[in-house]
Write a protein that binds this ligand. Structure first.
Ligand code: NAP
Length: 310
């Protein structure tokens, strides 16, 4: 830990205020400013978190602006998590494996003192991290759930599905079954797990395949990383009739807080989780990367719930 400058009159932005934020398109819906600004205020840290609407064609100039404007760190969300890779100076091992970055750390070459100064003019390196995967694992740990040795059914092979699948393999899942509407994407993901991690216990099945119901009956954890159930709240990605009550059901969606999948799984007697905790933890890890302070996770959760009205 190091002494960060505090602003005794928080809420007043000065020439010393450090800027962090998120690049995305669209971005107005982002809940990250609520979580981070609540923490900065509570801890009296002279930081502000802003949401920047960055169109895909402007991503490269937006990333250049991080050092040009002496920003302190940036989150990336849809559609920039993969597109940003060529513009970064370094990418952590996990982010490279996953092929997606959601947090940029601005590392100043030279002394910490230079880093902390708002007058910093030293050289900087932009380091790409993926806090989604670790955020997911921390959210499970919080509920004392381990991935090790588990049979897991992963629904979805988009950005989130990719991060989760690597987190599962890196945390020694026993078997991973990936289901995706576009089967080809699930196949590519499974191949990547095999090639990049030498993780062989991965299979791909279609939503329509008859073996899905048997897998559902015997799986330890089902993770929904599709957006089914988010906008169309009647949509359920898998036939819940085959759910076993011993199965843990984790839906990455956090808004609505209870998707139809989670409601039906609850009725079956399953232990269920929504995406709130993962969202909080991925933000908490980004906070820690930027400030080197331990994140007040519960405070971030409270701010998120307030923003979500739950
Ligand atoms: P994405 O890259 O756009 O991927 C969307 C995924 O959902 C793809 O697998 C897509 O299948 C599938 N899908 C979409 N509509 C579907 C439908 N009607 N039926 C079945 N599958 C459908 O998005 P993402 O970033 O991976 O996000 C996926 C979900 O995770 C979103 O709900 C997002 O809010 C949530 N998420 C939560 C957190 C968190 O911190 N809690 C973090 C990231 C994402 P195709 O490949 O066939 O299109």
């Amino acid at each position: 830990m190091f002494p960060l400058q505090v602003n005794k009159k928080m809420g007043i932005i000065t020439g010393r205020t450090k800027i962090v934020g998120v690049f995305g398109y669209p971005i107005a819906h982002s809940l990250s400013p609520h979580m981070h600004n609540a923490v900065f205020k509570e801890l009296n840290l002279d930081f502000i978190y802003l949401a920047f609407e960055v169109k895909p064609e402007n991503l490269s100039s937006a990333i250049k602006s991080i050092s040009a404007l002496n920003m302190y760190g940036i989150n990336l969300t849809i559609p920039h998590k993969e597109a940003c890779l060529p513009y970064l100076d370094e990418i952590t091992k996990e982010a490279k494996l996953i092929g997606a970055v959601n947090t940029i750390e601005v590392r100043h070459l030279g002394s910490r003192a230079v880093h902390l100064s708002s007058q910093s003019s030293g050289q900087v390196r932009l380091i790409g991290h993926n806090t989604d995967a670790l955020g997911f694992i921390r959210s499970l740990k919080e509920s004392k759930i381990s991935i090790k040795g588990k049979k897991i059914l992963l629904l979805g092979a988009g950005g989130a599905g990719k991060s989760i699948s690597f987190a599962l393999a890196l945390n020694n899942a026993n078997e991973i079954y990936i289901v995706n509407r576009t089967l080809e994407k699930a196949k590519i993901l499974a191949e990547n797990l095999k090639k990049k991690l030498n993780f062989k216990r991965v299979s791909v099945i279609s939503f329509e395949h008859t073996s899905l119901k048997n897998i559902m009956k015997t799986t330890d954890i089902i993770i929904n990383a599709t957006s089914a159930g988010m906008k169309n709240q009647d949509s359920v990605p898998v036939p819940v009739d085959y759910l076993n009550k011993k199965t843990i059901v984790y839906d990455l969606i956090y808004n609505p807080a209870t998707t139809k999948l989670l409601k039906l799984a609850n009725e079956k007697g399953c232990r269920t989780f929504n995406g709130e905790s993962m969202l909080v933890h991925q933000g908490a890890i980004a906070f820690e990367i930027w400030t080197k302070l331990k994140a007040p996770v519960n405070l971030m959760r409270k701010a998120l719930r307030k923003a979500l009205n739950v």
